[in-house]
Design a protein around this ligand. Structure first.
Ligand SMILES: Cc1cc2nc3c(=O)[nH]c(=O)nc-3n(C[C@H](O)[C@H](O)[C@H](O)COP(=O)(O)OP(=O)(O)OC[C@H]3O[C@@H](n4cnc5c(N)ncnc54)[C@H](O)[C@@H]3O)c2cc1C
Length: 267
């Protein structure tokens, strides 16, 4: 389907991008376009102005700090994260990006677009929560840092509000991480996903069982503790054509155990 008529701006600085987003009520940031253009074609969203972020060097690049922290620009693509030596300091980042869709989507799709769309079936929201990532948001009043577990507010809703930009994501050091999912076919979107970090503490984030990732913090990574944490979470996942709520609950437990086992295997 053809797009409805829409204004297009290609700012040269993040300040100009924020100004454009502030000035126009119906403005939306355009990153890789892998979600936004599709929902525009389906008429599920009709922004008046697209503010294209693709010229903004400040939003690109991946750095590794001396403290082991990985900083990923919002416009870093999945393919860039997969091959980045700096991102390899936290290997799960590239491994999960390699599981997203196909090579075309990975070449265009960005970490910023993935988390800002907060589609509950996306791979990166639960991963960011499990890894204790921090999201950096720029708005009219300057930049603020938001922990990933407070960033995701609802389906397609995040702490990056209208007139604001996610500029970068920072991920603390750690190696003992895991990710497990059951997807719709090869390279498909997730039916249920689980990300685990067994580093300083045990953190498990479940995807596709609620509007936002569900964070579990069992006392240990022992199998019984993980099982009890999932069972005690009171999950009330959706039922749809791909899976019943009961099946999603079952998968949540199985995948949490798999993700934790993978993480523990890397200690
Ligand atoms: C065929 C297909 C299969 C897919 N399968 C998967 C999958 O298995 N797993 C998965 O995780 N994803 C999947 N996706 C989605 C894909 O990962 C998208 O790339 C991603 O959801 C959005 O990233 P984007 O860079 O394309 O963002 P865009 O589509 O450009 O933007 C998405 C939203 O985020 C906002 N936004 C973007 N960047 C910023 C920013 N810096 N600050 C504030 N707001 C911003 C935009 O305004 C828009 O509302 C699939 C997509 C397709 C087309």
């Amino acid at each position: 389907m053809l797009l409805r008529e829409v204004e297009y701006a290609r700012p040269a600085s993040v300040q100009e991008a924020v100004r454009l987003l502030m000035e126009h009520d119906g403005a939306r940031a355009l990153a890789g376009g892998q979600t936004l253009i599709n929902v525009m074609k389906a008429r599920a969203a009709s922004p008046d102005v697209l503010v294209d972020l693709n010229d903004l060097e400040e939003l690109k690049g991946i750095d590794l700090g001396t403290d082991g922290r990985v900083t990923i620009g919002a416009m870093a693509t999945y393919s860039e994260i997969m091959v980045s030596a700096e991102a390899r300091a936290r290997p799960i980042l590239g491994e999960v990006c390699a599981q997203i869709a196909d090579v075309q989507v990975r070449n265009r799709g960005t970490i910023g677009g993935n988390v800002c769309s907060n589609d509950p079936t996306n791979h990166l929201p639960p991963l960011m929560v499990a890894l204790e990532a921090t999201m950096h948001i720029l708005g009219q009043d300057g930049e603020r840092a938001v922990p990933a577990e407070e960033f995701f507010l609802g389906v397609y809703m995040t702490a990056a509000g209208p007139g604001e930009l996610l500029t970068k994501v920072t991920v603390p050091p750690g190696k003992s991480d895991g990710f497990a999912s059951v997807a719709i076919g090869t390279d498909g979107t997730c039916i249920v996903s689980a990300a685990a970090s067994v580093n300083r503490t045990t953190r498990i984030a479940l995807g596709c069982v609620d509007a936002v990732p569900v964070l579990l913090q069992p006392d240990s990574a022992e199998e019984d503790e993980v099982r009890q944490a999932v069972r005690g979470a009171g999950l009330d996942p959706p039922s749809d054509v791909h899976a019943s709520a009961d099946y999603r609950r079952h998968l949540a437990e199985v995948l949490a155990l798999r993700a934790v086992a993978q993480a523990r295997g890397r200690r």
